[in-house]
Unconditional design. Structure first.
Length: 326
């Protein structure tokens, strides 16, 4: 058996549609593969009930066929489907890496990117590599028709995940089929700025490079409140701690508050986490009351915005709202 952890990714990054991608530290999928005479797929975790398990309709199954490497594949979804965080790409990328090791095929990481991209066709209708490239290579990646450029970037990224689902296929359908020369020039300038920012680990340059006059405006219509959230985040310059076990959050908030005395801070804690085998482990903040106790400590440490991450439920948020809302 081979077990692989495949990270969430963010592609496009505004100005780099179908070209740019970056890997996130979490969340992630956990993929187990075992030798078999024919491919079978089992999916557990977030949104598993919506994911097809037929090998020809699942990104992992398509990858297994492309590699001629049948296997029993189990995918524990830590990345919610239709979240914009490369959920289907993680399954494809992780499976490609795992089967390459299981069958000792000796393929390079770049070769695996193109194999994993074939799997993406099952989810979006097109074989694109902007998510699978950073999932396999890590850091920041630039995908062109015949090569992949990798930058070992290390940036602090905040991901806002609204309670809506938009499939990759639907997100691509709203895009314009052509653009004018002015929009092209503007996008190229932004993309060059973003790339320079990644090379220098310069957040200000990366921020300027996110500017896009074509893809983002078209897709923003699919997300209610997108523009107001974007403006508020930029104006506040918010810094936050997310996806951390509730009991470990207080010390991190206090460290950030000492470092950034006047910056708004958010704290979104977990009530559990996945172990290396993909099994969910509870923490000491399972019930809403215990989570509230932790949250009060985060407020005392300097957090301004309190919420919930992995494992939290509407009951947790409801209690926070009632007891902490001001």
């Amino acid at each position: 058996m081979v077990i692989v952890r495949a990270p969430a990714t963010v592609a496009n990054l505004g100005s780099g549609f179908d070209v740019f991608g970056i890997a996130l530290s979490h969340p992630a999928d956990i993929i187990h593969v075992q030798l078999a005479e024919e491919t079978t797929i089992k999916v557990t975790g977030f949104g598993s009930q919506y994911i097809p398990v037929h090998p020809k309709k699942n990104t992992a199954g398509v990858v297994a066929e492309a590699l001629d490497a049948p296997a029993n594949i189990t995918i524990n979804k830590g990345i919610r489907p239709a979240s914009g965080l490369g959920s289907s790409a993680a399954s494809a990328a992780g499976t490609a890496v795992a089967l390459n090791a299981l069958y000792d095929k000796g393929l390079s990481k770049e070769e695996l990117v193109w194999i994993a991209a074939k799997g993406e066709k099952a989810a979006s209708g097109e074989a694109h590599a902007d998510n699978v490239a950073p999932a396999i290579l890590g850091g920041f990646t630039i995908v062109s028709q015949d090569r992949i450029t990798h930058v070992d970037a290390h940036l602090e990224i905040v991901v806002c995940l609204p309670e809506i689902s938009i499939s990759t296929r639907n997100a691509r359908e709203v895009l314009p089929k052509s653009l004018d020369l002015g929009s092209h020039v503007y996008t190229v300038g932004s993309a060059a700025t973003l790339t320079a920012g990644m090379l220098k680990n310069n957040l200000e340059l990366v921020g300027h490079g996110l500017a896009d006059s074509v893809v983002t405006p078209a897709r923003a219509k699919l997300i209610t409140g997108y523009e107001s959230v974007q403006v508020a985040a930029i104006e506040a310059g918010a810094v936050g701690v997310n996806c951390v076990a509730a009991g470990s959050m207080q010390s991190q908030v206090r460290w950030l508050r000492d470092l950034l005395p006047s910056t708004p801070l958010l704290a979104y804690g977990n009530i559990g986490h996945a172990d290396p085998q993909g099994n969910w482990l509870s923490t000491d903040a399972v019930c809403p009351g215990d989570y509230l106790t932790h949250a009060r400590c985060w407020v005392e440490a300097g957090a301004n915005i309190i919420g919930g991450c992995c494992g939290t439920t509407p009951e947790h948020i409801r209690l926070l709202t009632r007891e902490l809302h001001q």
